[in-house]
Design a protein around this ligand. Sequence first.
Ligand code: GDP
Length: 540
Amino acid sequence: MSTAAAPSPVGKNAAPILEEARNRRTFAIISHPDAGKTTLTEKLLLYGGAIREAGSIKQRKAARHAASDWMAIEQERGISVTSSVLRFEKDGIKYNLLDTPGHKDFSEDTLRTLVAADCALMVIDSAKGVEEQTEKLFEVCRMRGIPVITFVNKYDRPGMDPLEVLSNIESKLGIHPVAAAWPLGYGTDFQGVYDVIGRKLHLYIKASHGAREADTEIFDLEEGVANAQLSESVKEAFMEECELIRDEFHEMDPDEYNTGKATPVFFGSALSNFGLDIFLEHFRNLAPQPQRYTDNTEQLRSLDEPFSGFVFKLQANMNPEHRDCTAFVRVATGKFERGIEVKVDDLSKKIRMTSPHTLMADDRSLLEVAYPGDIVALFNPGEFKIGSTVYKGEKKKYDVIPLFTPEHFIKASSKDPFRRKQLREGLQQLSEEGVVHVFEVPNGVGNELLLGTVGVLQFEVVQHRMLAEYKVEMHYTPVPYHTARWLPENEEIISKLKTAFSTHVTFDLDENPIALFDSAYALSQAIEKVGEENLFKFKR
Ligand code: GDP
């Protein structure tokens, strides 16, 4: 990666742009379902002053579903198929929280959202440790080398002891956990959190169901421990642990943190609000300012250049009568203003951006200006694709969205063999939107295509949209592929894999080669044959 800064045309707006960018923090939460992401999000908004009482996000969520005319699937399942952006402001810092859907609606969208974030907040259930979905999301953070900040949640319930949690994080993710806070007591005895960074012990008084901020008393360590209502043996053990970890954070290598090799770990309970004040206070400083992106000419762009950004998510129109959709753009450089004319990729046509909106706690409000780090949701008249660069002035192109490896496969055909052309066209369109990967079936027949997704729900989304938008009724046939890896465009490697054990090489509609494996064993054989470095989980 190039580190040389491109000379940037500094206009009269440059200083305000840098100033605005400095006050922004754009992050995503990575967690496994049920770890407490929704509860923590709500509490961040509560502490951030964006809502007055906790509980409103969940209520709104329920109300939105009741009123939603969004896709039938969403209504039937009561889940959200796409993610949104929450903005809140605290002490002059504007936070953009990019929501990453969990549960069954986990999809490539979730992974792509992480490309638009500058850091990740990893939420872990203290009783369960690092779980499967967190591991998948963490891999994307590792690929990008972004900082990861950890919040170990549910300390008000019996779980692993804090040292166990740290070793769980280290062994599961290979990241170095660094205690930034330490819990005093746990389960029903959870009474306080030691702020390792600020060297103060916070003792909490339980608020009613955590609807308001917890009442807190702040002490020096020894004094606080003396005030806690815990047995002498618990206090002694706590003091010993604090002795052990008290300098860890202060000795953390900033480079290790900035590149995601070390993660500061906070402890608390999102439900009862314990530890949230400490977490938020330090999160402000730990979360990085908007990063500078390198374009595809290897130039590191300055934040104060004219407006540019990239599309990381497309959300199809809620109204099936209209095929247009909303494009979510991460602002990489400059100032975005409502009504400006932008260009998209190689298209010479200028598009006037008249109705951008941002999403705040599910309310759509018109956005007048946006700066680096912000997300704008733009009406997409059809020109935007996943990964498209949107810019003003001199042409720019960012290649930042990788292809993620699909994990689920299914063979699709049109029930009506005469709609073969529409099947291909529709699927091509949906693959450009980033809904699904489409491959030629190895040894398949004309009316069949192979679909690959990161989450299984996408197959239903595809089936639904193909029928509603392209009038193609699809038939699915299961296929036995266990896992896949993207391949380099290298004839020698491709031909070696074509003859490998239980391995099938095929191409997506953009000619990207991929290897499909029948079993974990087949993958391990392929690794032996061509080397792990030629089998990609992410492909640019
Ligand atoms: P998500 O699926 O990650 O968004 O998780 P939720 O925020 O919906 O939480 C899942 C469940 O765990 C809910 O019943 C929450 O009330 C509960 N929960 C969340 N945080 C805590 C916590 O700190 N302590 C306890 N005891 N329960 C919690």
